[in-house]
Design a protein around this ligand. Structure first.
Ligand code: GLV
Length: 307
């Protein structure tokens, strides 16, 4: 058996070796070559690369995001299944990234760094975490650990998800009606959402109008979820106090983007939760083995709900 593989990431060779090891030496071949493989493991593969893979049954994502897989589904045979990468290491990376950017703003570290540049000594005060609400939009395999880490740090956490859930130790609002309730009292709104028709452009003027004046936005999902013009307007109007953004509609973020020069905005170059080859390859291998032996996927992506 062999596995087909495609990514333009700089660590492609590390991934390829890790997948081979995790699958007991199975050959890992370039997707472009086609072949008899039943499984492809990809990130942003061009649809035409699948033309010569007649036996393909499963496509696995090298990352947590699956918008790149869903964009393939219209051109692939309808019975091909899709799987996302769920890895506790990525969950921890995401949780710590969000905790870091929330604490940076909450504890005024951004302002102290600016003051230090001017040798300016001025005490600033902050609310206690217990009096500070963070709304976490998205309660999936990354949103839940983010919420848990914030709760463990002492913040009041509320969640928002597509469908209701009551199995978590923080309240979770759901549906478009619940969005207002979720964000209205929050000092921080953190978006950890998959890109779907419903979440595209969700971080825009209507949501900003629901948020508490002076609230801070964190987006670690997809750039297409945010309307940059609306964010800039909300900052200008003082509706929002700032934002930490990790994902952009166009990456790398073009030098001419007005987001770069706003000091209330922290820009990170899509690093919040990088996939980790060693543990990620083991998680993908386990999913492939389950699929091959029992036809079961633990982390299946459903085209109708788009995640
Ligand atoms: C990164 O954006 C990912 O989806 O894993």
């Amino acid at each position: 058996v062999s596995l087909l593989f495609h990514t333009a990431w700089e660590n492609a060779e590390v991934w390829r070796a890790a997948l081979r090891d995790a699958l007991d030496g199975e050959a890992v071949e370039p997707l472009e070559g086609g072949g008899e493989a039943d499984v492809a493991v990809v990130w942003n593969a061009p649809p035409r690369a699948f033309a010569a893979v007649p036996r393909l049954k499963l496509v696995c994502s090298l990352g947590a995001g699956v918008d790149h897989l869903l964009s393939l589904s219209p051109v692939l045979p309808g019975d091909i299944r899709f799987s996302r990468l769920v890895d506790p290491v990525m969950a921890e990376r995401m949780a710590l990234h969000v905790l870091a950017v929330v604490l940076r703003r909450h504890r005024n570290l951004d302002l102290f760094e600016r003051q230090q540049r001017d040798r300016h000594w001025r005490r600033l005060f902050h609310d206690d975490a217990a009096d500070t609400t963070v709304a976490v939009l998205g309660q999936g395999s990354l949103g839940r650990p983010v919420a848990a880490a914030l709760a463990a740090a002492g913040f009041k956490v509320v969640g928002w998800a597509r469908s209701p859930r009551t199995d978590l130790s923080w309240p979770v609002y759901s549906g478009m009606d619940g969005l207002h309730e979720a964000v209205a009292g929050a000092a921080f709104v953190v978006a950890v959402l998959p890109l779907t028709a419903e979440t595209r452009s969700i971080l825009s003027a209507p949501l900003f109008a629901m948020m508490r004046p002076g609230a801070y936005l964190v987006n670690v999902g997809r750039g297409e979820q945010m309307v940059a013009r609306d964010l800039l307007d909300a900052l200008d109007a003082g509706r929002l106090s700032g934002a930490a953004l990790d994902a952009f509609e166009s990456e790398p973020l073009p030098p001419e983007s007005p987001l770069w020069s706003r000091r209330e905005i922290l820009i990170t170059p899509h690093v919040a939760s990088l996939s980790n080859p060693a543990t990620g390859a083991r998680a993908i291998a386990a999913e492939i083995c389950r699929f091959r032996s029992e036809g079961i996927l633990r982390n299946e992506v459903f085209c109708d709900r788009q995640y």
